[in-house]
Design a protein around this ligand. Structure first.
Ligand code: FES
Length: 263
C-alpha cells in the first residue's frame, strides 16, 4: 500500500515518510530570523551607541530628528528595510516554513488542508512589496553616502566620547569603513536582484528589440537576473552584514573594541 501526500496531510502536521533531517532547515531559519528580529528591535530601541567617529549604524541611517515621535527615531527608518524583507518573495517562503510551518517541508504534513495562497487579508498585503522595493533602492544610495562619509576622517581625530573633533576632514579608511562598504555591496546585491525589480525592468515585454528603450531594458534585466539567481544567498549575507555592521560600530562606540585605521 502506498501513502499519498493527501494521506500525509490528513494525518496532520509533521506526518511524513521522510527519514532525513528535514526539520533542520526550518528550525535554523526560525533561529536566525528570530535572533535578527530581536537584535534589530533592541538596537533600534536603545537609541544610543549607533555612531562613532565618521561611522553611522545602518539601523539609524539616515539620521532623523523627530521630537514628536515618542520612541527611538530608528523605528521610523527600520519600517522600510524591514517591510522590504518581510514582503520579499524569498523570505516569505522562509518564514512561512519556519514560523507558520505551512508548508514546513516537502512531503511533510501541513497544519491545514486547504490552500488559499495570499489572496486574503492579511497576506494580500504582501503585494506592497514593490513599493517597499522603491524605498529600498533609495536606502542603497543613502547607505552609499554613509560609506563616503566614513572615508572622510577628522584631521584632529576622534574624541574620547566617539564624536569627531572639530576641524577639517581628509580621506582615510578604517576597518569600519570597509565593514560599511561590504555591507552596502551585499545590500545592493540583494536589493537589485529583487523579483519585483526584475519584473519592473523586464516584465510585460514580449520582444526587447521591439520595445522602447529595449536595449537598455534588456541589459538591466540581464543584470537584475544575474543577481536574482543568487537572491537567497544575498538575502542571508546582507542580513548578517547589516547586523554585524551595527555590532561593529556599537562596540567601537562603547569602547569595547578599537577601530583599526587602514590608511
Ligand atoms: S523578492 Fe526578495 S527583495 Fe524583492
Amino acid at each position: 500500500m502506498t501513502t499519498s501526500l493527501r494521506d500525509l496531510q490528513e494525518r496532520g502536521l509533521g506526518a511524513t515518510l521522510r527519514r532525513d533531517a528535514w526539520w533542520v532547515a526550518p528550525a535554523l531559519t526560525a533561529l536566525v530570523l528570530g535572533s535578527f528580529a530581536v537584535y534589530s528591535t533592541w538596537a533600534a530601541w536603545v537609541g544610543k551607541n549607533y555612531e562613532w567617529g565618521p561611522y553611522l549604524s545602518p539601523f539609524y541611517s539616515p539620521l532623523v530628528n523627530a521630537p514628536w515621535f515618542p520612541f527611538s527615531p530608528a523605528f521610523l527608518i527600520l519600517i522600510f528595510p524591514l517591510g522590504f524583507r518581510t514582503t520579499c518573495y524569498y523570505y516569505r517562503k522562509a518564514y512561512y516554513r519556519s514560523f507558520f510551518l505551512d508548508p514546513v517541508a516537502c512531503a511533510v504534513g501541513e497544519p491545514r488542508h486547504a490552500y488559499r495562497g495570499e489572496t486574503k487579508f492579511p497576506f494580500i498585503l504582501q503585494n506592497v512589496h514593490r513599493f517597499f522595493m522603491y524605498a529600498a533602492v533609495v536606502f542603497i544610495f543613502i547607505l552609499s553616502w554613509d560609506v563616503i562619509e566614513a572615508a572622510r576622517w577628522p584631521v584632529n581625530g576622534v574624541m574620547a566620547d566617539g564624536a569627531m573633533a572639530p576641524g577639517p576632514r581628509a580621506f582615510g579608511v578604517g576597518l569600519g569603513t570597509l565593514v560599511m562598504l561590504v555591507n552596502v555591496i551585499l545590500l545592493a546585491s540583494y536589493t537589485f536582484g529583487c523579483h519585483s525589480l526584475r519584473h519592473l525592468v523586464g516584465g510585460q515585454v514580449d520582444c526587447f528589440s521591439c520595445a522602447r528603450g529595449g536595449r537598455a531594458r534588456y541589459r538591466l534585466w540581464h543584470g537584475v537576473s544575474a543577481l536574482n539567481r543568487h537572491h537567497m544567498l544575498f538575502a542571508w549575507c546582507s542580513l548578517f552584514s547589516v547586523a554585524l555592521t551595527d555590532v561593529y560600530i556599537r562596540l567601537c562606540a562603547m569602547g569595547v573594541i578599537h577601530d583599526v585605521r587602514v590608511f
